[in-house]
Design a binder for this molecule. Structure first.
Ligand code: TYD
Ligand code: MG
Length: 473
């Protein structure tokens, strides 16, 4: 007998009756009916005894990591693709997901087994690229333009899950790319492609299939208007790694960010630049983010932040203007708005800047996004500089967390941050007192581009007021 239930298409919650608003996520008009065949009742009985093995005896030889031959992608994946694992790549339409995967696919297809990467049989197996959105001709044309053609890369335009699984069973590829999971449909379900139940069902089957055959599976997922992956909760916990493609159309660079990774560190980023030859990895990302820096302008400070294990220099900009609203605006792009509101309050109370009649705008230049409290000091100094209309010297980089009393607190990996600043020619560094000793021990020399060597000048800061005095006296 056919049974039906109601599923919210934005959060995946199941309900027994239709409602206008989902009680779980609060979304309006997101619930739709789904009919399923009732599963035949399982015969009751005892389960069989499974073979267990000691954690120390697990054989790792079977699943070496496989490099994609794209350094920035490998970095985000934690070293490469793990056979039998599933990776989800999400991002806005047109950001470059298909492009980077086609590049990776061609390189994987061309990959010859090497001495330190064994399992040759598996590696010479083809790479299967399943496109549900574009025709194979379109993919070929793009591949031709970006130099991603290889006979060992097999293309097929398909949407039906059952046919895809049958094809995988026949070909036994080393890597499978599904572009995209939202266009894949299972004929067992009546719901439309892209709905939560289709996405969930198709992903579960593809992931199980990957684990059985031992091939790496890459799923492309689109992001909805609100910025969430369609069916986000249902997908994110099913896969081994979730990678987001970020960046805006106004800039040529794109950032791949690992938000979850069972096989490597999360929070790791890869930086790419979109060119007419496809996406090119950017090793020297700090230079890219500082390229359009405005010098001699009040309200600009260079922050040495960390993205995963990678130090990155970005420009923090602040604008402070008299407000025309009853409640002044605190707005931020690239940093958390709540944090900016808190920092504004710290400035009012601890330094005495009268900001209650001013709007505060913070921007991280170049479209970067900073998610760590180590950005506090830079944001605060940019605000003070903007308010006082005084320029902060251009060869200074800053990092440090600031507490509610205005005290400057130490942050992680100070040496890496300092080294990155010195590499890019910054001669001075403002840092928390408790980080000073560690950085001093590291004995960092500034890269002066051929001129005489100088060591990085460190200024240790205990309190916000001290920093403001030293820089903007
Ligand atoms: P695409 O990979 O199709 O995006 P997604 O799969 O995430 O939807 O990227 C398409 C965009 O990238 C499109 O706006 C054109 C641009 N692009 C280039 O600038 N150079 C190139 O070499 C390629 C292939 C695409
Ligand atoms: Mg695409």
């Amino acid at each position: 007998m056919a049974k039906s239930f109601f599923v919210c298409q934005s959060c995946g919650a199941e309900h027994r009756k239709w409602m206008g608003q989902c009680p779980d996520c609060g979304g309006w008009n997101s619930i739709s009916e789904q009919v399923i065949e009732q599963a035949s009742a399982r015969a009751p009985g005892k389960g069989k005894i499974l073979a267990t093995s000691s954690i120390t005896d697990i054989n790792l030889e079977d699943s070496p990591r496989r490099s994609t031959r794209i350094d920035e992608l490998d970095r985000v994946l934690g070293g490469g693709l793990v056979p039998g694992s599933a990776v989800l790549i999400g991002g806005d339409p047109g950001i470059g997901k298909s492009t980077v995967l086609l590049q990776a696919a061609a390189r994987l297809a061309a990959d010859k087994p090497t001495e330190n990467q064994p399992a040759p049989d598996k590696y010479s197996a083809p790479v299967l690229y399943i496109t549900g959105e574009e025709s194979v001709q379109q993919v070929h044309l793009r591949g031709e333009r970006i130099g991603a053609l290889h006979p060992n890369l097999l293309l097929v335009s398909a949407c039906e899950l059952e046919s895809i699984l049958a094809t995988i069973d026949k070909i036994k590829p080393s890597t499978v790319i599904i572009d995209s999971i939202q266009t894949t449909v299972s004929n067992r379900l009546t719901s439309a492609p892209g709905t939560v139940s289709q996405v969930r069902d198709c992903s579960a089957n593809l992931i199980q299939n990957a684990k059985q055959h031992g091939h790496a599976l890459i799923l492309v997922g689109h992001v909805t208007k609100e910025g969430a992956l369609a069916g986000p909760r249902v997908l994110e916990h099913m896969v081994d790694a979730v990678i987001y493609f970020e960046g805006d159309r106004g800039h040529a660079h794109r950032i791949l960010r690992a938000v979850k990774n069972r096989f490597g560190p999360a929070g790791e980023i890869g930086v790419f630049e979109m060119t007419d030859k496809g996406l090119i990895g950017v090793r020297d990302a700090s230079r890219l983010f500082l390229a359009e820096r405005c010098r001699d302008t009040p309200g600009s400070v260079v922050l040495a932040c960390m993205e995963g294990t990678r130090p990155l220099l970005v420009e923090v900009q602040a604008l402070i203007a008299p407000t025309v609203y009853a409640t002044p605006k605190r707005s931020a792009i690239g940093v958390d708005t709540g944090r900016v509101a808190m920092l504004t309050a710290i400035l009012e109370r601890r330094i005495g800047l009268p900001l209650s009649q001013h709007d505060v705008y913070i921007n991280i230049a170049g479209g970067a996004r900073v998610n760590e409290p180590a950005s506090d000091l830079a944001v605060l100094l940019a605000m003070v500089s903007a308010y006082q209309d005084k320029v902060i010297p251009e060869d200074i980089a800053v990092f440090g967390e600031v507490g509610l009393t205005g005290e400057v607190r130490p942050v992680g990996q100070p040496e890496a941050r300092a080294r990155e600043a010195a590499n890019l020619g910054f001669g001075k560094l403002l840092l928390p007192t408790e980080n000073h000793e560690r950085v001093q021990k590291a004995n960092i020399v500034v890269n002066m581009r051929g001129q005489t060597k100088a060591s990085l000048a460190l200024t240790a800061i205990r309190h916000l007021s001290e920093a403001a005095q030293k820089l903007l006296a």
